[in-house]
Design a protein. Structure first.
Length: 153
């Protein structure tokens, strides 16, 4: 289960890597890339072969990023998430968000073994300054008490 501390730690990072944007602008990874950039995040897409996605420069691996980032948003199938998490840890990343659909017991286990703060079973767009549908979705989850517990003060 995701803790409020892990969630807040991830969202406090103003620059992050995003693994899972594609050349198809209709995928969720592309929506997250666009939305997070409009909310002031510096988002660096990691893609093995694309040079740009939605007009944003891509990087083939974490080591190629133009600045040090400590957060990675992972929007890939669960089978690929484990290697992404390992690569992120090797690059010094401590905060990982496994977007809904990317998590698996194995990926979560690897995050724990590597000492990473991990957010899973949550949609990043419900928490990163939500608007529109995601704001309503967050309100509904709050009403149903499905949001992660806030960190203790």
């Amino acid at each position: 289960m995701t803790s409020g501390t892990a969630l807040e730690g991830f969202l406090a990072e103003r620059s992050l890597a995003l693994v899972g944007a594609s050349r198809s602008s209709k995928k969720f990874g592309n929506l997250a890339l666009r939305e997070l950039r409009t909310k002031g995040y510096r988002v660096y897409p990691i893609h093995p072969s694309a040079h740009t996605i939605d007009g944003v420069q891509c990087y083939s691996r974490f080591a190629d990023l133009p600045e040090i980032v400590d957060a990675a948003l992972v929007i890939v199938p669960p089978g690929a998430a484990v290697s992404v998490v390992r690569d992120a840890a090797a690059a010094g990343i401590h905060h990982v968000w496994l977007q809904q659909g990317a998590e698996s017991p194995e990926a979560l286990k690897v995050c724990r073994e590597l000492g990473m703060d991990v957010v899973s079973e949550q949609c990043i767009l419900m928490f990163a300054h939500p608007t529109g549908y995601h704001k309503v979705h967050r309100w509904l989850w709050r009403l149903l008490r499905k949001l992660p517990a806030a960190p203790e003060s």
